[in-house]
Design a binder for this molecule. Sequence first.
Ligand SMILES: CC(C)(COP(=O)(O)OP(=O)(O)OC[C@H]1O[C@@H](n2cnc3c(N)ncnc32)[C@H](O)[C@@H]1OP(=O)(O)O)[C@@H](O)C(=O)NCCC(=O)NCCS
Length: 149
Amino acid sequence: MAPPRPAEPVEAPVLAVLHAAAFPPEERWGESAIRLMLGLEGAFGLVVEGAAGPAGFILARAVAGEAEILTIAVDPSAQRGGLGATLLGAALAEVARRGASVLFLEVSERNAPARALYARTGAEPVGRRRRYYPDGSDALVLRITPPSG
Ligand SMILES: CC(C)(COP(=O)(O)OP(=O)(O)OC[C@H]1O[C@@H](n2cnc3c(N)ncnc32)[C@H](O)[C@@H]1OP(=O)(O)O)[C@@H](O)C(=O)NCCC(=O)NCCS
C-alpha cells in the first residue's frame, strides 16, 4: 500500500463518490461540502490509493493546538484491509506536526467498526451529544492524544 498523500480540492467529486459509497444516504457529503471542508482554516485531507483510484480518505483540521477528524471513509470493497487505521495514523501524525496536542472526534454510538478503530488508537470517551445523527443515534465525543510531534 502506498502511503497516504494529500487530497486536493479538485478531487472533491471523486471523494464525494467514495463518501457516498461508505455512508448511508442521510450522512453523505457532496462535493461542495468536501471542497468547503478542505478550505477551512487548518484543514487537510489524506488519500490512500487503491487499484482503481482513491480507496479511502480522511479530512481533519488542526487549529490553535486542537485538532478534529471531520470525516473518514474507506470504500466498502477495501474495508477491513488496514486503510482506515493507516489514514487515522497518518492524520494523527500530521496534526501533531501542526502543533496539536489533542484531537476530538464524534462517532455514532451505533457505528461499531469506527468505534473499534478509534478504541484501538487510544480514544477515550469525553462526552455525548444526544440524537446527533439523522438516524436518531447519539454521538460519542472521543479524545485522542496525537503522538508527540
Ligand atoms: C470506519 C472505517 C473508516 C474503518 O476503515 P477500515 O479500512 O475498514 O479499517 P481497518 O481495516 O484499518 O481496521 C482497523 C481496525 O478497526 C476495527 N474495525 C474496522 N472495521 C471493523 C468492523 N467491521 N468490525 C469490528 N472492528 C472493525 C478493528 O479493530 C480493525 O483492526 P483489525 O482488522 O486488525 O481487527 C470504515 O469502516 C468506513 O469507511 N466506515 C463507513 C464510514 C464511517 O463510519 N466513518 C467513520 C465515521 S465517525
